[in-house]
Design a protein around this ligand. Structure first.
Ligand code: NAP
Length: 305
């Protein structure tokens, strides 16, 4: 047996195509959906993530603005940009690219984002609404995973789900969404004892850890659905040889690095029922769901206007 490949790229493309008509309709009615991004500092990965998001906006005909600040920016500098985007009538979704430099108070910044424009779903109002099962904006990665499962006909109701990771961005909202979809959910973290045994109980296993290849065959019940959220850069050749299938090794040698997930795909793929690849699994969905939230925010603004 080898796991069904849950193709996030194709699913994300389908979601984007569904949004195209809605963007045109809103634009014709004077509410062209707009995304405003705050980017602080010169972290290379953050710059790439922001560019991927704004390129995706452009491809759909959406408006976007990126406000940048140097790594030395103060909390007040960042707050001022968030306020500007909150006030802008051209902007319906506001996101602050994380991480922020250490001197910036990230909690104050995220709390200032208008809850009605908080397309990342990090504001306490939106977190509370998710907990109470009356969601408005929910973090894009876990919503993307629910869409991926639904669009592949994977039913979670009544199933045992195990989420490894308890971050505000992925693990916690993932666990809530699975619980609301009637899965029986266990959340694991760095203090969980006998992690492999707990993970092995899962019909649906979500790995959101940030440790390359941590989830191995002994973590996986035969036939389980395995969702790999991890996005880890590997540069060590010995590690790459362990983690990558032979087909990707040539590319690693050419580039000197590779992106791998939290799941050790070579050993897990033969026993799992379904598995998301890295890259091309969860990553593309995150952006598609960000666009979807921004389009919905624009529609809400039009309805309220
Ligand atoms: P995070 O904030 O660092 O959280 C990691 C979680 O994993 C924590 O809850 C931590 O436990 C747990 N953990 C760490 N080491 C562990 C271990 N050895 N055993 C069990 N649990 C362990 O990371 P995150 O933001 O949730 O991101 C997780 C991964 O997903 C990263 O690789 C990130 O790059 C990736 N990611 C991908 C996307 C995407 O669009 N594809 C989006 C977001 C994140 P404690 O709470 O006890 O510390």
């Amino acid at each position: 047996m080898t796991a069904e490949r849950l193709d996030g790229k194709a699913t994300a493309q389908a979601i984007r195509e569904e949004l195209r008509g809605e963007v045109e309709r809103l634009t014709a009615r004077g509410a062209r959906p707009g995304l405003g991004v705050v980017l602080v500092g010169d972290d290379a990965a953050s710059a790439i993530y922001v560019r991927n998001k704004t390129t995706a906006c452009e491809e759909l005909g959406m408006h976007h603005e990126t406000k940048t600040l140097p790594a030395s920016a103060s909390t007040e500098d960042v707050l001022a940009l968030v306020e500007e985007l909150n006030r802008s009538l051209a902007i319906h979704g506001v996101l602050v690219q994380l991480p922020l430099p250490p001197q910036v108070d990230a909690t104050r910044v995220l709390d200032l984002v208008d809850p009605g424009k908080d397309v990342d779903g990090f504001h306490p109002d939106n977190v509370g609404r998710l907990v109470q099962k009356r969601p408005r904006f929910v973090p894009c990665t876990p919503v993307g995973i629910m869409e991926l499962l639904a669009r592949h006909g994977i039913e979670v109701s009544g199933k045992r789900a195990v989420v490894i990771g308890r971050s505000d961005i992925v693990g916690k909202p993932m666990a809530l969404l699975l619980m609301h979809a009637n899965a029986t959910v266990t959340v694991c973290h760095s203090r969980t004892r006998d992690l492999a045994a707990v993970a092995r109980e899962a019909d649906v296993l979500v790995a959101a850890i940030g440790r390359a290849g941590l989830v191995r065959a002994d973590f996986v019940k035969p036939g389980a659905v395995v969702v790999d959220v991890g996005m880890n850069r590997v540069e060590d050749p010995a590690e790459a040889r362990d983690l990558l299938p032979p087909a990707r090794l040539a590319n690693f040698e050419k580039r000197g690095y590779a992106l791998v997930g939290d799941v050790h795909a070579p050993s897990v793929a033969p026993i799992a029922g379904a598995l998301t690849p890295v890259p091309g699994g969860v990553g593309p969905l995150t952006i598609a769901l960000l666009l979807k939230s921004t389009v919905r925010a624009a529609a809400d603004a039009l309805g309220a206007g």
